[in-house]
Design a protein around this ligand. Structure first.
Ligand SMILES: [Zn+2]
Length: 231
């Protein structure tokens, strides 16, 4: 089934418990490119699948650090999608599970948030385990305190997911009487498997390109901004 942006807005407004599943398309209007597309931009680099892997972090720390620095956009601001989702939290039971590591849902004020792949803005020392402000990591990947290697708390290729994040995400999906997938082609595992935990048949996808899902859903083929600016 296909719906217009106006129909999508009406559904969002009438739902009481909404779970948003968001991806890179939610942040493009804030000027943040999907790192998978950096392939084309920085064609001299190796594949992001290697550069963002546990192997690269350990074997070629400088290469890892140089690449990760390109993912930071500390001045980027939330756009209408992040803002409206955060606003909906005030009047409805809203949860957001995001694949994005850019911290923008948090910046917009979302509290019921699961950063499924972690956040670039939470950094930690691999040696002593201390959390450090990301400003420190942006200056050096060595911990001033102990000389250990710093890293952002994002899920790298070759790393597993923590059980607590998986549990939170499953709980968030199960609570929705409306599930709204926004700005993602919804093909990355295990994120896309979350749809199997939906306890509702009200599932909607808002994306520029049409999705294919293993469950019946309502396709709203347009940008997220188009829908959320009408809310
Ligand atoms: Zn340390």
């Amino acid at each position: 089934m296909c719906s217009t942006p106006a129909q999508a807005v009406a559904k969002i407004q009438s739902a009481q418990a909404i779970t948003f599943l968001t991806g890179a398309g939610v942040s493009t209007a804030s000027g943040i490119p999907d790192y998978r597309s950096l392939n084309g931009v920085y064609h001299d680099l190796e594949a992001p699948e290697y550069l963002l892997s546990r192997d690269c972090l350990e074997a070629e720390p400088k290469k890892f650090y140089d690449f990760v620095l390109r993912l930071y956009h500390p001045k980027a601001q939330p756009n209408v999608i992040h803002q409206k989702i955060a606003e909906l939290e005030k009047t409805k039971s809203v949860w957001t599970v995001s694949q994005n590591i850019d911290g923008l849902h948090q910046k917009a004020g979302s509290r019921h948030l699961v950063n499924f792949h972690g956040s670039l803005y939470h950094c930690q020392c691999r040696k002593c385990g201390k959390s450090v402000p990301c400003q420190e990591y942006l200056k050096s990947d060595r911990h001033a305190g102990c000389g250990g290697q710093l890293r952002p708390e994002i899920v790298l290729y070759g790393e597993g997911f923590s059980q607590s994040v998986l549990d939170q995400a499953v709980t968030a999906v199960a609570q929705g009487d409306l599930i709204v997938i926004v700005g993602t082609s919804f093909q990355v595992h295990p994120f896309c498997d979350l749809i199997h935990y939906a306890a509702t048949d009200q599932i909607m996808a808002i994306n520029q390109t049409a999705l294919s899902l293993p469950v019946p859903f309502d396709m709203v083929q347009c940008s997220g901004e188009e829908v959320f600016s009408l809310l």
